[in-house]
Design a protein around this ligand. Structure first.
Ligand code: ADP
Ligand code: MG
Length: 453
């Protein structure tokens, strides 16, 4: 294949991959060699080579084939001694991706969500530390811990807190330069800068902010050159005593494919986690959202118990919880009647089925024996003393209510007891629950902790 044929191939690729992909990934390729059926391209970074190979390798190969050239493989390599990113000299004005409404006009970060403020963030035990740390950072002033590293599962409020910090900082001082972006955007801009030979601009931009926030940093794990650049940016900012805020889905040391020097840098500030939500926090969030949604859905009424039901049943992810509530409101305004529990269940069948965590008999037995501080073998075993018999009955009762198991099945798992024994035990607990406050409280606690996991 000659350079000219490659020109034709590129035109074909432009049609098939689209303008954006073409500009980012195809245009920077330089045909370097063509021998023994191997087309060798020069690329600015290893990462980029991998990416193109994985995403466009086949297409490139087949397009070359169509020109009649005999090629069985395409390879991408960073030329040795050439094209050092830092040596790139052409400086053109940076092209902002999406200039956010609140970030200073020339900062190419991601758009901040207006709804993600401290006011709309509900604080509870599981997130109080993260919230307090975020508040502290949002006050501005001298940097006390750097970075602030927030981590936790999906939908627990990491992005919300980061946006809240950005909003607050901007409100306090409109001149403060806050740059918020996801790690993916960081990488994208980095690759773009390499491609456009604008590394100087890139470095300058990231080193000139007052506060840098990088969301979902786990994304750069395994992406070596992006990590490298991130590390340098990070160090430069720390040296200038600029605040950095990072989020990830797990603790720094648990992110695989992250270099150890990056890990220790990330650990060098304050690391706080957002714990899975509790029932109380979920209920609080729902109540807050009802206030927010209500103006849009005048006239929709949720029956008593609906919020509690949602808080009980949708336990994993606040985003899903919100989505469920939103759907109920939309549905309520459509059908024009009170949204009661039955309507809720009909309307949310899919969501409820997904979040239906099946509690197992074993889990119940373990929880109950922990709670009453007795051994599992005593809970299941034959001894009839009250200290074992009562917790055993409690466990039977919970199995009946929290699992789909039949009484004979439950009996088998309690040391082969007869189903009438199980029935008797359940009845006994039902009676006690009515007249014994301690028992009612124990049941409540156990039930909740089993459902909340
Ligand atoms: P993450 O970034 O941790 O995956 P997000 O910050 O995107 O999660 O939160 C998901 C959704 O849940 C958002 O709409 C957010 O407003 C909401 N949310 C999460 N935690 C809270 C909270 N404590 N109070 C109010 N809303 C919350
Ligand atoms: Mg997020």
């Amino acid at each position: 294949m000659t350079k000219e044929t490659w020109g034709t191939v590129r035109q074909e690729l432009l049609k098939s991959v689209g303008q954006n992909n073409y500009r980012n990934w195809i245009e920077p390729l330089e045909l370097a060699d063509m021998t023994d059926g191997v087309a060798l391209f020069h690329v600015p970074t290893v990462f980029m080579g991998d990416w193109v190979q994985r995403n466009f390798g086949d297409q490139i190969l087949s397009q070359i084939g169509k020109t009649g050239a005999v090629v069985n493989r395409v390879e991408f390599r960073v030329p040795t001694g050439g094209a050092k990113p830092n040596g790139a000299a052409t400086i053109i004005a940076p092209k902002p991706v999406t200039a956010s409404r609140t970030t200073s006009a020339d900062l190419p970060g991601a758009t901040l969500d207006d709804r993600f403020t401290f006011d709309s963030f509900v604080v509870g035990k599981p997130n109080e530390l993260a919230h307090a740390a975020a508040r502290r950072v949002a006050e501005g002033g001298p940097v006390t811990f750097n970075p602030l590293f927030l981590y936790g599962g999906v939908g627990l409020g990491k992005t919300h807190l980061m946006h809240a910090i950005a909003h607050e900082l901007q409100t306090r001082d409109p001149n403060v330069r806050v740059l918020y972006l996801s790690a993916e955007q960081f990488m994208y801009r980095f690759v773009q800068a390499l491609r456009d030979k604008q590394m100087m601009d890139f470095k300058h931009l990231f080193r000139s902010v007052d506060v840098l926030m990088v969301d979902d940093v786990q994304f750069i794990a395994g992406k070596d050159s992006t990590q490298e650049e991130f590390f340098h940016t990070f160090n430069a900012l720390v040296d200038q005593r600029k605040q950095i805020i990072i989020s990830a889905d797990r603790a720094p040391g648990e992110i695989e494919g992250l270099e150890s020097r990056v890990v220790s840098r990330l650990q060098s500030g304050l690391v706080v986690d957002l714990h899975p939500t509790s029932y109380e926090l979920r209920l609080g969030i729902l109540q807050k959202k009802v206030e927010q949604f209500h103006p849009q859905f005048q006239g929709v009424t949720l029956a008593d118990g609906v919020l509690e039901f949602l808080a009980h049943r949708i336990t994993s992810n606040v985003r899903v919880l919100e989505g469920a509530l939103m759907r109920l409101f939309a549905f309520g305004s459509l059908v024009g009647r009170v949204v009661d529990l039955q309507l809720t269940q009909e309307c949310l069948t899919d969501i409820l089925r997904l979040s239906d965590r099946k509690t197992t008999v074993e889990e119940i037995q373990r929880k109950v024996s922990d709670h009453y501080n007795i051994r599992l073998s005593d809970l299941i075993g034959p001894k009839r003393v009250r200290t074992f018999a009562r917790p055993r009955q409690v466990a039977m009762y919970l199995c009946k209510h929290l699992t789909q198991r039949s009484l004979p099945e439950i009996g088998r798992r309690f040391g082969g007891r007869d189903h009438t024994t199980i029935m008797h035990g359940i009845k006994r607990i039902e009676e006690l629950k009515q007249k014994d406050n301690q028992m009612a409280e124990d049941l409540n606690l156990l039930r909740r902790s089993l459902e909340d996991q």
